[in-house]
Design a protein around this ligand. Sequence first.
Ligand SMILES: Cc1cn([C@H]2C[C@H](O)[C@@H](COP(=O)(O)OP(=O)(O)O[C@H]3O[C@H](C)C(=O)[C@H](O)[C@H]3O)O2)c(=O)[nH]c1=O
Length: 187
Amino acid sequence: MRVLRVGDSDARLIEPVLHADERGSFARSWCAESFAAAGFAFTPLQGNVSLTRGAGTLRGMHFQRDPRPDPKVVRCSLGRIHDVIVDLRAGSPTRGQAFAHVLDGARPQMLCVPGGFAHGFQLLSEEAVVEYLMGEVYVPELYDGFRHDDPALGLAWPLPVRGLSEKDRAWPDLAGRFPWLAERAHA
Ligand SMILES: Cc1cn([C@H]2C[C@H](O)[C@@H](COP(=O)(O)OP(=O)(O)O[C@H]3O[C@H](C)C(=O)[C@H](O)[C@H]3O)O2)c(=O)[nH]c1=O
């Protein structure tokens, strides 16, 4: 299993061993012991799968607020996505930093995202299936987000953005809710 650090953050990009033979291939999509040894201790409480159509379509950015932030293990099982996480945790040395990865259904890579990060992705293929194990259950009252083009972050997206949900168009500016972002923007 290959474990890559994600910048200086405590997120991890894990590539499990791919056992290929004449039938195809086999890889683990999660393993408590080896993931913990890789620095990502995690207990899945919910599994999500989303099918998205149309290159450029974007889901996010979403996060679940304290006291129930939602760590997740994200895998693209079909197609290709530009995946972005943003550290929103108070006190984190990488607070405010964004980390982008291409996740490809042809590779069994998984992005291990601690709770307190926002997450979103844009399709690089015409269709994509994204599956993720969640370390916290969905709590609608704590479900939050910000726009992909929030002025406080300046996130770059590889394709013209399309297919946003009404909710993802309407998130309020982050700086109004996280003063430390506004201060940083004026630093
Ligand atoms: C997240 C979630 C949603 N829902 C319901 C709520 C809506 O009626 C429907 C679609 O929800 P939403 O439009 O928020 O789905 P996405 O835009 O794919 O949200 C996800 O996109 C980004 C990339 C993520 O990382 C999160 O896992 C998740 O926020 O599913 C549930 O029933 N359970 C859930 O856990």
